[in-house]
Write a protein that binds this ligand. Sequence first.
Ligand code: GSH
Length: 218
Amino acid sequence: MAIIITAFERSPDGGRGLARDTRVRWALEEVEQPYEVRTVSLRAMKEPAHRALHPFGQIPTYEEGDLTLFETGGIVFHIAERHAGLLPDDANARARAVTWMFAALNTVEPPILELANARLLERDKAWYEKRLPLVSDRVRDRLGQLSVRLGDADWLDGAFSAGDLMMVSVLLRLKPSGMLDEYPNLTAYLSRGEARPAYKRAFEAQLAAYTASQRPAD
Ligand SMILES: N[C@@H](CCC(=O)N[C@@H](CS)C(=O)NCC(=O)O)C(=O)O
């Protein structure tokens, strides 16, 4: 059954792999499942045809036969459940890996997004300079806690899992800020994620799509 995901027609991240289709591509590459990509414009994302796939008018979505999914947590979990390679066989280890997926999305990603949004959308506000350190400290709190838990380990709980895939994906947004440099073990963790052949393939695929979107039409 062909797998089709959606991605931005022109990713606003400039091909840096921060759009969330990259984490879905990465999961599919880890489990060696081929997939097709349908790109959608910002306008088309808000139209009924796309909203039928994604109620919030966002990307990515995932279609496989008569199954349609949205939300990267749900999509990556589905991929990890269906195919070997992203979740351990042991039931307890599996539950812990899923817990790390939730931790990435529910506990670590929100302050990171708050910081990204503040930098992007609030620079011209009178309170920006006062608010930024507060928001940054909330990110540092989480990074400090994560850094302590990771310690010297390569991955969050034994072998690489969907929990690491999601956590690395979430942390990547901080890379340009230099904030991760304060936590050398997290920087190394990120590098290990980026060094995985499956991540490299996913990154290259989204970059190729972005580059193609920049070429003038014939
Ligand atoms: N929680 C959702 C977030 C999806 C999301 O924010 N997608 C972004 C792209 S990475 C998007 O479609 N942004 C455009 C918009 O919201 O209009 C998930 O993990 O899938």
